[in-house]
Design a protein around this ligand. Sequence first.
Ligand code: PMV
Length: 344
Amino acid sequence: MKLNSSWRSPSNIALIKYWGKYHPQIPANPSISFTLSECYTETSVSLLEKKANADYDLEVLLDGESREDFKPKITKFLEHIRSEIPFVQEYHLRIETHNSFPHSSGIASSASGMSALALCLLSLKEEIENTKIDDFYRKASEWARLGSGSASRSVYGGLAQWGQFAGISESSDEYAIPYQGKTDPVFKNFRDYVLLVETGSKKVSSTAGHGLMEKHPFAERRFLQAHENLAALQETLASGDLEKFGELVESEALTLHAMMMTSSPYFILMKPNTVHILEEVWAFRKETGLPLYFTLDAGANVHLLFPEAVEQAVAEFVSTSLTGYLKNSKYICDRVGDGPVKLS
Ligand code: PMV
């Protein structure tokens, strides 16, 4: 029997941001995201004959190259789900991974990477223990969450929601769920152009950023605001009111960065070119009246969100007016995707 499992799992972009958490990876507020299509991680986990007599006999390869620096985070993740994957201790675990986007592009690979790994391990559990996991994706989401909070949302296509929220009765802090609220068709094929303003690793990790919310002077109000914004977003998703959608999403992005700037110690992840792009987007919207909006991750890159119908005009705007602000003029043309795919 060949003990191997491979999955492709996408990244996602949050519309309502998760920023702040409690042990063990319980979000301080609910979040919702679009799952992407072109930004993904492909991971293959093989269980081989054990070589070292260690708890976790682990080998991690990114594009065929050994990555010792990935091991601590993966080991911590395996430790979280240790009791559910007892078989792992009996093997040499080889994890081979590949990102569709350049590793140092500033696109977080934790959501796609951790969800892909969780899916592989859950498939292996099914195979080795000869069982069928009830609600496979929900369980994968729960595991992925323990690796990286935002990864919990990557196991579903379309819109995914994570974190307890009064407006969605099945919502949970432990796992994400597919968003089942009424959704206007305009959001089905939404585009996300990821503008690469800055490459290389961030000065402040998201783990450190979440930690700074613990003693943040505005934390409680922010957590409450996320609930209010999610309720308002539900209405715009149902109505298709793009103007209101854009207002909420842009405000969420800037609030995330405002939380960083008002943490102690404070920090800024936007770059001057990030701000130039935001101003260009506002000017473009004013001039053309077209529904083009932005959101930001915990980094300097800008995600441009817009409906499929205006893609041509936006593509032209990006290539003529925005590429000058980008590292090597690079951007990724992405869109809402269908979720993970099992490769073997
Ligand atoms: O999953 P983490 O711990 O890397 O946190 C992600 C936080 C944001 O990307 C900024 C927001 C989100 O909800 O994805």
